[in-house]
Design a protein around this ligand. Structure first.
Ligand SMILES: C[S@@+](CC[C@H](N)C(=O)[O-])C[C@H]1O[C@@H](n2cnc3c(N)ncnc32)[C@H](O)[C@@H]1O
Length: 444
């Protein structure tokens, strides 16, 4: 693990304490990004690294904690123990010496009014772990959730959906994703931006037609050209959406009217506008996230009609003019972007897959009539589950016999250097998991 916290001057116990609090919040159903907003800003970047590493090893940590403390301790103690175990169970990947992590975790307990009384217990559990690590880890190897650091229902669903690739997907999920930028080709050519960066010592490799992958990730405010709208952060898999939809339209979408039905924070709307002269309506149910669409488009020098409304309540927002194309980037489990959001696996429940499936089906059925004859809809989700991809489209086509599927990339599974080449239905290179389907309405 390469953690920015290594350079932090703040004491490690303080970071571990804050990481434990953030992990306890995720255990209560709070997203990692919301939990991190509660962390004092001086600690945040170090805590983010420790929290993400803990989430990627939470299944293992949970199993180890179960052996060391058979009666579940209070939530804050449980989380602190899990943080220490998650970070130290695999010494070759540990961000600090396991011995240091244990000492500092005990210090974190001693210095917390809530955990002080349990500091001796924390110390006893973690010292035993240091003494018996190999044997304890061997016991947890029999536990599916511990071995793969994903919930059992998730693993079983992947085994069902991807019998030949489930292991590659799980392995890819546990490796942090690289930072990929999308070049705003309306403003600058990719090679020119890469050359500017190189002159400043920032190395990047091309990904797909518009992407640049940074060799070393940087905060966006330190990426030259970001504030000036020359680029945006977007995974290589997500960068396929706009070219796929525009490529299916006559004249590459020129003067066409396109609905981006679930648009916030505006990544795909912006890409549509960078690549075409289409008029884009960017709709999202979440008013606050709509402000992010507007902000992102402003930074990039682009404009769309941004509408905050529920796409399912068509009478509230639609002017009755049919669209030439619709991009439906539907709300989903986000099971394809675990590399970037390691909290997702622990926040989701098995029942979410069916519930989100129903919402995706309603969105497809509700928005289809808004498409002109001859128009095209791109349905996509950042999910690896078939229920949110192939099965959804198959069922839609069964109920809409006039719709037909156009050739498309289909299901992209998360890919990195660990499983590169191991997944046959993938594009080469590094990307998150996505499903894409192009649906065309026949001319009357
Ligand atoms: C996968 S995200 C979209 C990402 C976006 N397309 C991008 O590339 O930046 C899904 C979005 O759907 C929105 N959403 C969920 N239900 C909706 C609904 N009924 N109507 C409109 N938007 C909805 C969510 O607020 C969320 O912003």
């Amino acid at each position: 693990m390469t953690l920015s916290s290594v350079a932090q001057p703040l004491p490690l116990w303080q970071q571990l304490q804050a990481t434990g609090v953030a992990l306890a919040a995720v255990a209560q159903g709070v997203s990692a990004s919301a939990a991190l907003l509660r962390v004092p800003s001086a600690l945040r970047s170090g805590v983010q690294s420790l929290l993400f590493a803990s989430l990627r090893n939470w299944g293992r940590a949970h199993a180890l904690r179960g052996i060391l403390a058979q009666r579940k301790p209070p939530p804050e103690v449980d989380s602190l123990l899990c943080v220490a175990l998650a970070l130290s169970w695999l010494p070759e990947q540990a961000p600090y010496e396991p011995f240091t992590l244990v000492n500092q975790a005990v210090e974190a307990a001693k210095r917390s009014p809530k955990m002080k009384a349990q500091a001796t217990f924390v110390n006893a559990c973690l010292r035993r772990f240091l003494r018996e690590r190999d044997a304890l880890v061997a016991v947890t190897n029999k536990d599916l959730q511990a071995s793969w650091n994903h919930p059992v229902w998730w693993i079983e669903l992947l085994q069902h959906d991807h019998p030949n690739h489930w292991q590659q997907i799980l392995r890819a999920d546990l490796v942090p994703a690289p930072m990929v930028m999308r070049v705003n080709v309306r403003r600058i050519e990719r090679s020119a931006l890469a050359a500017q960066w190189l002159a400043l010592g920032i190395m990047a490799h091309p990904v797909g037609p518009y992407g640049l992958m940074l060799v070393n990730p940087l905060p966006v405010d330190r990426i030259p050209g970001f504030a000036q709208g020359l680029c945006s952060v977007q995974d290589g898999g997500a960068q396929l959406a706009a070219p796929l939809l525009l490529g299916a339209l006559p004249d590459h979408g020129k003067h066409r009217r396109i609905l981006d039905a679930c648009a916030a924070p505006g990544g795909k709307s912006a890409h549509l506008l960078e690549l075409s002269d289409a008029q884009v309506v960017s709709l999202d149910i979440d008013e606050v996230r709509c402000e992010r669409i507007t902000g992102n488009l402003q930074r990039l020098g682009l404009s769309a009609q941004v509408v905050a409304a529920d796409a399912l309540k068509v009478n509230d927002w639609w002017d009755g003019q049919a669209f030439d194309a619709i991009l439906l980037d539907a709300p989903c489990t986000a099971s394809g972007i675990v590399r970037r959001h390691p909290d997702v696996v622990w926040l989701r429940r098995a029942s979410d897959v069916a519930q989100l499936g129903k919402l995706q089906q309603s969105l497809l059925h509700t928005l289809w009539p808004l498409l002109k004859p001859g128009g095209v809809m791109l349905y996509c989700t950042c999910s690896v589950f078939r229920r949110e991809g192939q099965a959804q489209v198959k069922s839609f086509l069964q109920h809409n016999t006039q719709a037909h599927g156009l050739p498309c990339v289909g299901h992209l599974l998360p890919q990195n250097s660990n499983n590169n080449g191991g997944v046959t239905d993938n594009l080469p290179s590094d990307h998150d998991g996505f499903f894409y389907a192009l649906l065309q309405k026949p001319l009357d």
